[in-house]
Ligand binder design. Sequence first.
Ligand SMILES: Cc1cc2nc3c(=O)[nH]c(=O)nc-3n(C[C@H](O)[C@H](O)[C@H](O)COP(=O)(O)O)c2cc1C
Length: 349
Amino acid sequence: MKFVSKKMDTKLCSHAAAMSTSLGDHQLRNRLAVAPMSRVSAGPDGVPTSDMAAYYARYAEGGFALVITEGIYTDGVYSQAYALQPGLVSPAQVRGWRRVTDEVHAKGGLIVAQLMHAGALSQYLTRTIAPSAVQPVGVMMSEYGGAGRFPLPVEMSVDDIRVLTDGFVQAAMYAQEAGFDGVEIHAANGYLLDQLLTPHLNLRTDEYGGSMANRFRIIGDIIHGIRRVVRAGFIVGLRLSEGKVNDLSYRWPEGAVMAREVLEQVKLAEPTYVHIAAEHGDWRRDCLYEDGSSYGGLARMITGRPVVVNGGLHRLDIGEEVLRGHGDILALGKAALADPFWPATMGFF
Ligand SMILES: Cc1cc2nc3c(=O)[nH]c(=O)nc-3n(C[C@H](O)[C@H](O)[C@H](O)COP(=O)(O)O)c2cc1C
């Protein structure tokens, strides 16, 4: 169905978000994506339901070019974050996701699966793993059924690292089988892969700690491992942020200096796109540096890859500012949740 918006005017039609762009081999009908949002609405076995298929299809119908799913767990050992979170670790889950991808494709959208390992921020497990045994700050999120402090995680062993890396690769193979156009590796918001990058959460002295090359090693291995087993053209995105769900205003020590160090490693890993997120919903506050540069702008410059940017970008003036050099695609979270037809409503579709 094509929507004619009451709010459509020439100014909105000329907004950069309405222009098509590409991700790898895929053409996007505009520059609007749905940000990943956990909905904790799968079955108890992590199998996506038919309601979830209808939920995701609405975003494609409403004009979003790209749908990024909620965070999906990647192995049956330590990765799960929440009860009723969907997984990609079993054939039944693959069949459930197939319904979702078919319905999104039928509405003309692209869909990538966000793959996540909760690490120390699991609200599902009582024994958790992390790069180092550091007590997470803050308390669990009640909206995901948590209460009280997180458990003190156990420092992950080399065997744990093999299991988690293999889990991401296997989950990406399942994602391909389930009809996804790609995956997004979740290395943001304080979850395990972000714990590796964050200096005070990774105190390791082995090949996974210390230098940025060491701290990024597992993320690079995951991306290269996935590339080896999926078809050419399968999207492999990477989400990064400074803020964390349990520490929303956290910023890197040394800001842009550290961002550049991370991005030099990202460049070597060659993801299809980089997604720079501001979980708190304030891109200017969370992604700009004192010199006027931004994490997204640096990502574009250093990696040469398309950059998805997130954080309150339903505000048209800020979205326009972002698309003038700080990013290529706007990912909307809460605004998409409030109105899945936001692109159509606003006249971008
Ligand atoms: C209900 C909800 C669930 C979320 N779940 C995830 C998630 O599974 N993975 C993720 O990377 N970010 C998640 N986020 C963060 C969003 O992707 C986004 O960063 C945040 O909402 C800020 O963007 P906004 O201002 O457009 O809402 C979630 C946000 C909300 C509101």
